[in-house]
Design a binder for this molecule. Structure first.
Ligand SMILES: Nc1ncnc2c1ncn2[C@@H]1O[C@H](COP(=O)(O)OP(=O)(O)O)[C@@H](O)[C@H]1O
Ligand SMILES: [Mg+2]
Length: 248
């Protein structure tokens, strides 16, 4: 279980404080597909980054399979960081422009010393994931600026999946992409879940998408959880009380 409890994160902006998260709790279990839905600026990406160990909260707790997270960012243990992979909304901002897609996909494995020693095994691993996300061998030789946003997002997905994380945080992964790429990415996520129980939180502003794909939906507004529902009933959302929000 990936468990965030009473997370607070405020940003200091000139002349004011932005209360991006104010006591947010959210949990994600193995194999789950949970939606986190809210308008732009509601705190979704901030929560996604906290849960992915990339951004240290001001207060609150995060634990991964019962182990409390005490450090975030580069100081977090790599073993814990790898358990939760974030797929960013913008694949351009999330990619190193100097790396070919081939290098980009294997880079996290190389950095953690988990790259197969054998050249043939490396190639097979790369080709398997490229094929699964829909990247042709020819695209693997290209740099980010030589591929489309959709192709680059597929490579970012492969880079996250190759680490075999227990949890995936998908932050508007498809909101900037065409409909067929969006569907393809969700299909890849579903196929991975069919093989092993990776927990997925789908962050989106798109209620229809969340209803279609997620088993339940948590709504966030102005840094607070405001509603929770299962898709069939989400039109008549229950106002939040502690008893209805998992993790609180
Ligand atoms: N690095 C930052 N510095 C200052 N304010 C930020 C920063 N990141 C996000 N914010 C602000 O925090 C609030 C929540 O942002 P975010 O988590 O990105 O929301 P969402 O993903 O739902 O659009 C917004 O008001 C946003 O402008
Ligand atoms: Mg966002």
């Amino acid at each position: 279980m990936l468990e965030a409890t009473a997370i607070r994160k405020h940003y200091k902006a000139p002349g004011r404080v932005v209360r991006a998260l104010d006591g947010v709790s959210f949990e994600l279990g193995p194999g789950q597909r949970r939606g986190l839905v809210g308008h732009s600026g509601s705190g979704k990406s901030t929560l996604g980054q906290v849960m992915s160990l990339l951004l240290k909260p001001d207060a609150g707790e995060l634990s991964i399979d019962g182990e409390p997270v005490r450090k975030w960012g580069v100081s977090a243990p790599r073993r814990l960081r790898q358990q939760v992979q974030l797929i960013w909304q913008s694949p351009r901002l999330a990619s190193d422009p100097r790396l070919r897609l081939r290098e980009m996909i294997l880079e996290p494995l190389a950095a953690s010393g988990r790259l197969p020693r054998d050249r043939g095994a490396r190639k097979a691993l790369l080709e398997e994931w490229a094929d699964r996300v829909g990247i042709t061998p020819e695209l693997l030789e290209r740099f980010p600026h030589e591929v489309s946003d959709g192709q680059l997002q597929r490579a970012c997905l492969a880079r996250a999946l190759v680490l075999e994380p227990a949890y995936l945080v998908c932050d508007e992964v498809s909101s900037m992409l065409d409909v067929s790429t969006q569907a393809a990415i969700l299909d890849v996520l579903a196929s991975v879940q069919a093989e092993r129980p990776v927990g997925i939180v789908l962050i989106t502003h798109d209620h229809v998408l969340a209803r279609h794909w997620c088993e339940d939906i948590t709504e966030i507004a102005d840094g607070q959880i405001t509603a929770y529902g299962v898709p069939a009933a989400v039109d008549e959302e229950v106002p939040v009380s502690p008893a209805t929000v998992p993790g609180s």
